[in-house]
Design a protein around this ligand. Structure first.
Ligand code: 2AM
Length: 404
């Protein structure tokens, strides 16, 4: 992985990784990203937006609320008219006109933000919220002369409280680049198909609630899959979870936001509840891993840092995806107790590796070759538990998947 470019001017070190880090630029180009520029009028959003647009000329689209004469004020009862802007956004997403969509607006209004997070979910875009780092970004006296809307000092002061606090996501994590996500979904199918066809598996169906071997279709059993495959780093619950503000305030989190990382998958596992990919985090990635991530779900046990790192690939009906990390820790707990599992065959192709069985329907394949996937470190800000259309049918958007 490359490191950030050395600063050429005093502003350079302040720039987000998607502008200055080579590995990030490659990853962004392989992802679907919705950048929301956020900040007071005159704070430097448009300059930042144009710089990003220029950097990704061939794949980006910059849309500005100013083009639509949307004045940045606290929403009145009638609300600002976003109809035309939303039409442009919809066309851009639906016709796949850009992989990097940049929206320049104050983004001070929570209701408006929620509409935008719904857009991102619907079209499977990773949200990245960027704020300019100009020294005057919260200085209303200076902004009064800089904003072209000629907002008064009072109007700016009214807007400021909704913009000075960081917006905390449902969770921070590494979100897979589109190409690698598609490929990992295929790998996951391959894993479930080969596992389901193993003689040893067919003989041990009881834990999955099935008696007749012909009735278990693992792809159907794990029908729920996350909207965008990711590895959760810190679950924040929009700021309600313990330690989320402290986590977001860390310099390393701020610096890494929007940065590209390669994740390493070492094993795939399935239990009656979940199917997931085990990750081996690098030293750099461990800096973003909360100290209590393992303790949070298994307070009585101790694990090496990063043990819970995983990508949820699917869950059975009624199972929350937080369960995947708990299931992974159950495997590791057994391994720590000296149990390596019963060796019951091998898988081939992209999922080649030895299959181990750990009782109670717990299967793991240690991959002969680690799988690498590119990802962007960001936040998920949308609603939990909403249903969104899933791609994959010839006619387009037919199947449903659930964001868990
Ligand atoms: P996952 O990381 O295992 O997939 C929203 O619920 C997301 O946050 C999911 O991706 C979920 O699981 C993750 N998550 C991590 N800790 C959580 C917690 N304590 N409660 C709910 N979800 C959590």
């Amino acid at each position: 992985m490359s490191s950030q470019a050395s600063p050429k001017d005093p502003q350079e070190g302040q720039k987000p990784p998607l502008l200055v880090d080579d590995h990030t630029v490659v990853t962004i180009r392989e992802s679907k990203i919705f950048v929301l520029l956020r900040g007071l009028p005159g704070s430097g959003k448009s300059t930042l937006g144009k710089e990003i647009e220029q950097k990704y000329k061939d794949t980006s689209r910059l849309i500005s609320a100013d083009q639509y004469e949307i004045k940045p004020v606290i929403r009145s009862s009638s609300g600002a008219d976003y109809t035309k802007l939303d039409d442009e956004l919809t066309t851009c997403f639906e016709r796949r006109e850009a992989n990097l969509v940049i929206l320049d607006d104050t983004h001070h209004d929570h209701e408006r933000l929620e509409e935008l997070f719904d857009f991102a979910n619907k079209y499977h875009f990773i949200v990245v919220i960027l704020e300019p780092k100009t020294p005057w970004r919260l200085d209303c006296a200076q902004l009064k002369d800089r904003n072209h809307w000629k907002l008064s000092l009072e109007e700016l002061k009214n807007l400021r409280p909704s913009l000075e606090k960081d917006l905390l996501p449902l969770y921070f994590g590494w979100f897979l680049a589109k190409r690698d996500e598609d490929s990992l979904r295929k790998t996951s199918h391959e894993f479930l198909e080969q596992l389901g066809n193993l003689k040893a598996f067919k003989k041990r169906l009881l834990a999955y609630g099935y008696e007749d071997k012909h009735k278990l279709d693992l792809l159907k059993h794990f029908a729920k899959t996350p909207n965008i495959l990711h590895c959760t780093a810190k679950f924040c619950d929009y700021g309600k979870a313990v330690g989320s503000e402290e986590y977001a305030r860390q310099e390393v989190v701020k610096k890494s936001y929007s940065k590209g990382y390669t994740l390493h998958i070492t094993a795939l596992f399935a239990t009656p509840r979940t199917v997931g990919a085990r990750l081996e985090l690098t030293e750099e990635q461990l800096l973003l891993w909360p100290l209590d991530a393992e303790r949070e779900v298994m307070p009585k046990d101790s694990f090496p840092r990063g043990s819970r790192a995983h990508i949820t690939l699917g869950t059975a009906a009624e199972v929350q995806d937080v369960q995947t990390g708990i299931d992974l820790l159950e495997f590791i707990k057994l391994q720590q107790a000296g149990r390596e599992g019963e060796s019951l065959g091998e898988l081939t192709g992209s999922v080649a590796g030895k299959v181990s069985y750990f009782d109670n329907g717990m299967w793991m394949v240690n991959l002969s070759r680690k799988i690498e996937v590119k990802s962007i470190f960001s936040g998920y800000y949308g609603k939990p538990g909403v249903s969104v259309p899933l791609r994959g049918s010839k006619k387009g958007l037919l199947h449903q998947c659930h964001i868990m």
